[in-house]
Design a protein around this ligand. Sequence first.
Ligand code: HEM
Length: 332
Amino acid sequence: MSEITIEEKVALLKEKYEVMGQDLRSYLDGLLYSNYLTYWDYVHLETLLSLQNTLTDFPDEKIFLMYHQITELYFNLCLHEYDQIGKNGAIVQDNGNFSGWNDQLDVQYLIARLKRINSYFESLTKSFEIMIQGMDPDQFLKFRMALLPASGFQSVQYRKIEICSTEFFNLVDKEKRPHINRGATIDEMYESIYWKQGATELSSGKKTLTLKQFEKRYSVELIDLAKEYRSKNLWAKFKDLSLEDQKNEEVIQQFKQLDLNVNVNWPLVHYKSAVRYLQQNPKDIAATGGTNWQKYLPPRFQKRIFYPELWSEEELDNWGKKWVEETLNSGE
Ligand code: HEM
């Protein structure tokens, strides 16, 4: 916007308030009497730093708790982008005011937002080292017992990211997928969602308490979200693009990167932390919910893939293997 005079600015403000039947004078009074904003109030520093309430006195539990909180904030940043993509992007007028949502998604907007989500996940993948090397294993093995049966498995934002990223069918357990119709209802598919596999008791084959509690708290919300996102998840948005835009190399590359970030790179660093802390003596150290996490967590077993249409047969067959070969077997 070119430089405008104070008088012109006042005129614009008057117009803005008049539209809503408001009196600009009163708002100018408010401006006159209000205090200057401080950084600490803006970021709610005191509230933010009042949330690290550990359950034990082991100092490293604070790292564990805070890193989970940091991750949830990043997940929330991702969801903020999914929300805006789902609504086709905001319309911002010349005067800088928000005035609603677009009818159609612009391909450049989509690329920019996918890049943001990718950068959030890349940041999480890089920083996961805090979990892998950053805690004393002896302390970890003790304080985790005070946290049972809670597990990151219960991160609802992680599940929301999955739901917003892909066709719900792709989240159905891969063994059950051949028996389910792609057009089945969300409720039907939810019964066979892949993550139940990660929450089945090794000993009895029953649902773990971790899963039961999660379902009680979140199933209705997740099913509603999945219904809402059936037509506006990222893949639905991709299919809504023109055929020309669907061939745009940058779009395809960002979609593939997202698939790798969410379904291979982050799960593998996360798996690496489980290996470091829980695999010292597999007999003694069961996972939080008593699950067979060694068989559940690795991407090559889970084969959770958001955009199978964008990968070759060979890439699909070798999903998640390269990293394992390169990193885990190199004894890092
Ligand atoms: C030392 C650190 C960690 C260990 C040892 C660990 C271990 C595990 C294990 C064993 C599971 C399998 C489910 C279960 O039995 O509980 C799991 C699942 C999960 N954890 Fe962690 N975790 C760690 C850190 C984190 C962090 C920082 C997050 C961030 C929110 C997180 C999020 C998740 C999610 C989303 C799942 C479900 C994954 C899926 O369904 O594919 N974990 N974790």
